[in-house]
Design a protein. Structure first.
Length: 447
């Protein structure tokens, strides 16, 4: 597939890296010479310097031959203009990254088609939804919903007193009467492991499991997290769109304090959020946090535009034993090292945006795709076709890649945890966790 990416910042670069790894033919456009040089040196694709909303530059980049245009710069107008030009030239699929929430609100006079985009992705809303899921499943480090919430992917850290420590995975099913859950990955010492039946679970392991949402609470109990932490008092650092979205969604359900260093923004926020307490101040100042009862908070969420401040403030909250510290961190290079300093609940707008874009442009047999911040590998939801190789024999007889595992199968709204005897049927939605080495073989099995 020929894909034209507008914008070579963190989102465009990560998107280009993933798509080129999946054997797509990519071209990336940016007007920043340094970003273009990085893309040319590190990506398997064509990098062109120029403005993404220039018709001549887009023609030079192969606009008329593109199957997909993904406009992911920081400029809403440029992204939408690129999509409109692409549609005028007959491009099948156009995707725009847009920060202005008005474009997707009910009652907006223009449809996405009139704006020129087949799909609009709002990074702040993606991040807000991800944070809300972490607050709702407050024992988890990661929460991903698939199939409109019918399947949940949960990450959690195994504590030393967990009954699962030292237990071989094969014995887990026997001891707990084959619970409707599948552990699909273990992050241990910065290595992502695809678990096998004889693998032992260790204290400190970061587990990723697939289950039905209604079983999540029971799974946390199985892992030793019996009591779900309350989420009655929440402090948010940063008064941008993410904070406003979270406060609006939680209005009435929790007591919200928002700390914002810009006075004018704090005043605007106070006017539109009457149920939240908005405080003007610096959220990295310990004295202010203590004065606002940081140690009485159930959650602390740092969502400013400054990664370093978010990390520092979240570490302060963790030091004061706030049960649920969550940080927004957008520099992808930071993500692998954050668990080593105790930050496990981390949200990345860049990764969430790339996930959303990739889902729209992936092969037809893929219904959903998600990456986990700082974790090697992806959760992929495949749709089995009538003549797919995966449908022709039981899973135990399929030459399945060693670096991938089937987590769950959704068949006519029924969730199945597969075993070796399971036969994937045409139309089944199959959730797979896979390391990069397995992607091409999985495409062949499900294609």
């Amino acid at each position: 597939m020929r894909i034209l990416i507008i914008g070579a910042g963190d989102v465009g670069f990560q998107l280009g890296r993933r798509l080129s790894r999946d054997q797509h033919d990519i071209t990336i456009v940016d007007e920043d010479p340094a970003k273009v040089r990085r893309a040319a040196e590190q990506l398997d694709g064509l990098a062109i310097e120029g403005s993404g909303d220039s018709y001549q530059v887009l023609l030079q980049a192969g606009l008329r031959d593109a199957d997909v245009v993904a406009a992911v710069t920081d400029n809403d107008d440029a992204n939408l203009m690129a999509c409109r030009l692409a549609k005028a030239c007959g491009v099948d699929v156009t995707i725009a990254r847009v920060r202005n929430a008005e474009f997707t609100q009910p009652g907006f006079p223009l449809t996405t088609a009139q704006l020129g985009a087949d799909h609009i992705i709002h990074p702040e809303r993606e991040a807000g939804n991800a944070i809300l899921r972490l607050l709702q499943e407050s024992s988890a480090t990661h929460v991903i919903d698939l199939e409109n919430g019918q399947i949940e992917v949960i990450g959690l850290i195994l504590e030393a007193d967990s009954p699962l420590v030292g237990l071989p995975l094969a014995e887990l099913g026997v001891r707990y009467h084959r619970p409707p859950v599948q552990i699909v990955a273990i992050e241990r010492n910065h290595e992502t492991i695809i678990p096998k039946g004889n693998d032992l679970l260790h204290a400190g392991d970061l587990l990723f499991a697939v289950c039905a949402p209604e079983y999540a609470k029971e799974f946390f109990g199985l892992a030793g997290k019996r009591k779900k932490p309350r989420m009655d008092n929440i402090m948010i650092m940063g008064g941008g769109m993410i904070a406003r979205f979270i406060a609006e969604e939680l209005a009435g359900a929790a007591s919200i304090k928002i700390i914002e260093h810009d006075l004018a923004r704090a005043e605007r926020l106070a006017d539109c959020l009457p149920r939240a307490l908005v405080i003007h101040g610096d959220g990295t100042e310990l004295e202010l946090l203590q004065a606002e009862d940081l140690d009485q908070m159930d959650a602390f969420v740092a969502v400013t535009g400054d990664d370093e401040n978010n990390i520092i403030a979240t570490l302060l909250a963790r030091q004061h034993e706030v049960p649920r510290p969550i940080a927004l961190v957008n520099r992808v290079a930071y993500l692998p090292i954050l668990p080593t300093i105790g930050l496990n609940a981390v949200i990345s707008k860049q990764i969430l945006t790339v996930n959303a874009v990739q889902q729209f442009i992936q092969h037809r047999q893929v219904a959903a795709i998600a990456s986990l911040p700082g974790i090697e590998g992806q959760m992929i939801e495949y749709i089995a076709r009538e003549r797919s190789r995966i449908t022709q024999r039981p899973l135990r007889d399929v030459k399945f890649p060693h670096s991938a595992i089937v987590g769950a199968v959704l068949r006519k709204d029924s969730l199945l945890i597969p075993g070796g005897e399971t036969v994937i049927q045409p139309g089944d939605r199959t959730v797979v966790f896979a390391l990069p080495a397995a992607m091409n073989e999985l495409d062949r099995l499900f294609g």
